[in-house]
Design a protein around this ligand. Structure first.
Ligand SMILES: *[C@@H]1O[C@H](CO)[C@@H](O)[C@H](O)[C@H]1NC(C)=O
Ligand SMILES: *[C@@H]1O[C@H](CO)[C@@H](O)[C@H](O)[C@H]1NC(C)=O
Ligand SMILES: *[C@@H]1O[C@H](CO)[C@@H](O)[C@H](O)[C@H]1NC(C)=O
Ligand SMILES: *[C@@H]1O[C@H](CO)[C@@H](O)[C@H](O)[C@H]1NC(C)=O
Ligand SMILES: *[C@@H]1O[C@H](CO)[C@@H](O)[C@H](O)[C@H]1NC(C)=O
Ligand SMILES: *[C@@H]1O[C@H](CO)[C@@H](O)[C@H](O)[C@H]1NC(C)=O
Ligand SMILES: *[C@@H]1O[C@H](CO)[C@@H](O)[C@H](O)[C@H]1NC(C)=O
Ligand SMILES: *[C@@H]1O[C@H](CO)[C@@H](O)[C@H](O)[C@H]1NC(C)=O
Ligand SMILES: *[C@@H]1O[C@H](CO)[C@@H](O)[C@H](O)[C@H]1NC(C)=O
Length: 808
């Protein structure tokens, strides 16, 4: 992809230089020749020219090298510290074999001062822009030179120059800006490759000590903290090994990178046939590049307002100033570390690591050792893998300075930020704009609409003290742009699934957290009601078997829910696929059954709210990296007040095959409707078959009916998926079938509660009641038995919008 900026900004800020050129003496200056004002050396390919110049209105004369086609682009200056104040300077080769610049009274005001002495030395200007002092008649490719201008950079690096260190000789190349556009003498800014504290990083410093900009530290492959894609024609080169440590660049086109007098590293290119330079890249490149932009322990975020944020676990030192967008004072720890074992770290990716101020590098330490060591030391605030290729640990002590988000691909280097013990705090800390939902819990259901308004109204408003009987939910509210960036603008390849409700995308927040973004279609049947219902419910529910809500986004017509990303898709992906289900052994299945049961128990009984999910099904059971089940999709969930046991709904929602008879026919729902769905799930997990769409040569029953027939004939074990025969624990599987059948009994009052389900599943010796006939076992359908997640999703949607013709 070609970066448009190349063609964008034309750099016209050059000062007119007086070039004192009358004649040229080829590319070589011999020992018997000299160059006076008005004479120049021109490289063989006529690319560069050397001679005397004056900048702007200044009377001072300097010896310099410039691009032949563009004389204002001076790339090197010899006598920066000792200008000629007359026009009678002379450049010649001295008897000692040095290149010397003499003033009118023949005093040496500048010399190459080389230590190596060569016979018959000459000076030659190469097409690279390099000026060499070498033996006469040696080829210009020879390494037998006694001096080269590339070893003494001024404010510009060209292709072939390096910015950094030759570690064998100890020679350093760095840039020093001009004092002003009219004065090439050394100015305020330097840009250098710092190796005094490893890992190295490039630093721009003003007036000798004030940091202006720095790259991130060396990450094992390159310097960190840089955005990629500077320019498609320019290839940056980063070297750090035993002999060399430098930055350079390669390109086929004409380019120069200059530290401007006002402290900006500017990459200019010259287009073919043109004499105009185009500025294509600058460092600092954006406001977040400005050193310590957000103060101590702050994080600078591009494209977001406010730009500065305290790192998680920190709070503004001065809230008033912070609110005035003055982040100078930075942030302080919310809860000082007490070195408790419960403390842990939060992983951040795509960030520029904090500056190497108070830190230590342990080259051989693994990341896990790093974590343990950091945890042991109360003053250790963060750590990182110092080398993305393997071992190496960087630890920071005290304040974290100059951390920022970067717009680049995840390079495999991460910052692990120490956080206080309370996990809740880490989840709920204000990492984004906070949405404060205030709900008097007694009239939750009625307030949904008002809530939506209050959220919109309260956006950006400060959190305030609330009466104690109110519940206060802090849920990060993301703006649309952030979510768009996280999902790569809802790229097709990030799409995880779609349905009538809209689409689900995989995304990665700038903190590195992977998320699933449910972007509700504008035309979806899920209106603001369901949306707010889901937000409200799930934000207040925290359980390891429920999928966690990371935040939401309401902007214009956009409504999005941002969930934790579940890498292992959903349960149906495994159990209804022949190949995947055969490798899905019994123990895993039983753990998943138990997990779902605990999640549901929490929903029904243990949470502050009493929640009925109403749409339990395999595709709503997501699996995390460790295959732990997480109940998802609370769009249809309803919460119940304590004394309510049953409710009526005007709309039938849910999914066929999982819906209880009383719900489908009588619009009555209660916790027992969820129990019915759970029973279906159980039988599906044991048999690897879908209830809906189940086919059997001997009868027309669905899976429930089939299970019931087998059970009543004492052949229940035949229901178990054959591919499980090696791993199955017979007694457990049989118990699951019996519990499943108990759950799908026709009459709600016969079905067990979730607490007894959990008890029955967990206790080998428990005596189970005998199940009665299930509800809905004759139901037939033509549904496909291997519908994909996507189809399942749209299928659910159909059910949501279609009001069943019910006989009431
Ligand atoms: C040039 O510099 C010399 C000494 O540095 C000084 O004596 C002389 O007056 C200067 N000439 C001009 C024109 O400034
Ligand atoms: C060089 O110096 C001589 C006197 O030494 C003077 O006459 C002449 O003007 C100077 N040249 C220039 C170009 O100033
Ligand atoms: C030439 O340079 C010497 C040494 O820096 C200085 O003393 C002398 O005044 C200069 N002459 C002129 C004409 O600038
Ligand atoms: C030349 O180098 C020596 C030592 O390396 C130093 O003392 C001297 O000042 C230098 N001379 C010039 C003209 O830079
Ligand atoms: C270091 O890198 C430079 C540039 O790639 C290379 O020329 C040099 O040989 C390397 N040194 C070592 C010890 O690998
Ligand atoms: C510039 O022109 C030269 C010769 O005219 C050609 O070889 C080169 O490819 C051109 N570069 C670009 C970037 O167009
Ligand atoms: C920001 O706060 C600092 C520290 O209190 C203060 O010195 C500075 O003047 C403030 N800057 C602005 C722009 O208000
Ligand atoms: C450390 O702090 C946490 C909460 O901040 C607290 O639960 C824990 O008991 C403390 N540990 C010690 C050793 O003080
Ligand atoms: C690091 O590991 C390398 C190879 O295992 C070993 O040679 C080196 O001595 C170790 N360095 C330290 C500081 O332990």
């Amino acid at each position: 992809m070609v970066d448009p900026p190349i063609f964008g900004s034309f750099c016209a800020s050059m000062v007119v230089l007086s070039l004192l050129r009358l004649s040229s003496a080829g590319d070589t200056l011999s020992s018997v020749q000299s160059i006076k004002e008005g004479e120049t050396l021109v490289s063989q390919g006529r690319k560069f020219e050397l001679g005397f110049f004056r900048a702007g209105s200044s009377k001072n004369t300097f010896l310099g090298i410039w691009f032949a086609v563009s004389p204002e682009a001076v790339v090197w200056v010899a006598n920066r510290n000792s200008p000629l104040n007359d026009s009678n300077g002379t450049l010649k080769i001295s008897n000692e074999g040095e290149l010397v610049l003499l003033n009118q009274s023949k005093s040496i005001i500048w010399s190459t001062n080389s230590t190596k002495v060569l016979g018959n030395p000459v000076a030659q200007l190469l097409d690279s822009g390099n000026l060499l002092v070498l033996r006469e008649s040696s080829s210009s490719g020879s390494v037998d030179y006694s001096w080269q201008s590339f070893d003494y950079p001024s404010d510009t690096i060209l292709v072939g120059m390096t910015l950094g260190w030759n570690l064998r000789t100890g020679i350093e190349h760095h840039l020093t800006s001009w004092r002003s556009t009219e004065d090439p003498s050394p100015g305020d800014y330097t840009y250098r490759y710092k190796i005094d504290r490893l890992p190295p990083q490039l630093e721009m410093v003003s007036k000798g000590s004030v940091k202006v900009y720095r790259t991130g530290p060396w990450d094992g492959v390159k310097l960190g903290g840089l955005s990629l894609g500077v320019n498609p024609f320019i290839n940056p080169v980063f070297v750090y090994n035993a002999t060399d440590a430098y930055f350079a660049f390669e390109t086929e086109i004409t380019a120069r990178s200059r530290l401007s007098p006002d402290g900006v590293m500017q990459l200019h290119i010259l287009l073919n046939g043109s004499t105009k330079w185009y500025l294509t890249y600058s460092l600092p490149n954006d406001p977040c590049d400005n050193y310590g932009r957000c103060g101590a322990n702050g994080m600078c975020r591009l494209n977001e307002i406010p730009r500065c944020l305290c790192l998680e676990g920190f709070t503004p030192k001065s809230r008033e100033e912070w609110d005035m967008h003055n982040s100078t004072e930075g942030c302080i720890k919310k809860i000082p570390s007490n070195c408790s074992r419960d403390e842990d770290f939060k992983k951040l990716s795509q960030v520029k690591l904090p500056d190497l101020v108070d830190f230590e590098l342990f080259k051989n330490m693994s990341l896990e050792e790093c974590r343990i060591e950091c945890l042991k030391d109360c003053s250790c605030t963060a750590y990182a893998n110092s080398d993305i290729r393997g071992a190496g640990c960087l630890m920071w002590f005290g304040d974290l300075i100059d951390t920022r988000e970067i717009d680049a691909v995840d390079n495999g280097q991460y910052l692990f930020l120490r956080l206080p013990a309370s996990k809740l705090d880490s989840i709920r800390s204000p990492s984004k704009k906070l949405l404060t939902i205030t709900v008097p819990s007694a009239i939750l259901g009625l307030l949904i609409m008002g809530m939506a308004l209050s959220i919109i109204w309260k956006r950006g408003m400060k959190k305030r003290g609330l009466p104690s009987e109110m519940d206060d939910i802090d849920l990060p509210l993301y703006d649309f742009a952030t979510v768009a960036v996280a999902t790569n603008h809802f790229a097709e390849e990030n799409k995880l699934g779609a349905g009538g409700f809209g689409s689900v995308y995989k995304g990665s927040l700038t903190t590195g957290q992977e998320v699933a973004v449910k972007r509700l279609s504008k035309y979806s049947g899920q209106g603001l009601n369901e949306f707010m219902n889901e937000v409200l419910l799930i934000a207040r529910l925290q359980h390891r078997n429920l999928v966690g809500l990371v935040g939401c986004c309401i902007e214009g017509e956009e409504r999005m829910l941002i969930y934790e990303f579940m890498p292992n898709k959903s349960l149906d992906y495994f159990i209804f696929d022949h190949d995947r289900s055969s490798s899905f052994e019994w123990k895993k299945r039983f753990d998943i059954i138990s997990g779902i049961a605990r999640g549901l128990l929490y929903l029904h009984q243990d949470s502050k709210l009493k929640v009925i999910h109403r749409d339990l099904k395999t595709s709503n059971i997501l699996l995390d990296a460790d295959m732990n089940p997480k109940i998802s999709d609370f769009g249809l969930a309803r919460n119940f007040q304590g004394n309510e046991t049953e409710a009526k709904t005007r709309r039938i929602v849910g999914t066929y095959g999982y819906m209880s008879p009383e719900y489908a026919f009588d619009e009555k729902f209660s916790v027992k409707s969820d129990i019915f769905s759970f029973g279906v799930l159980l039988l599906e997990i044991v048999s690897s078959k879908r209830n809906r769409g189940f086919q059997h040569p001997d009868h027309h029953h669905n899976l429930l009916g089939h299970a019931w027939l087998l059970w009543s004939e004492g052949r229940a074990t035949e229901l178990i998926d054959e591919s499980l025969c090696d791993s199955v624990v017979g007694s457990q599987a049989e118990r699951c079938i019996q519990v499943g059948l108990l759950c799908v009994q026709k009459f709600p009052e016969d079905r067990p509660t979730m607490s007894s389900v959990v008890f029955m599943l967990a206790n080998e010796g428990a005596t189970l009641p005998l199940p009665k006939e299930p509800g809905f076992f004759l139901e037939r359908s033509s549904g496909s038995s291997d519908a994909s997640i996507v189809n399942e999703a749209s299928y659910t949607f159909n059910v949501i919008t279609v009001t069943l013709p019910v006989g009431r």
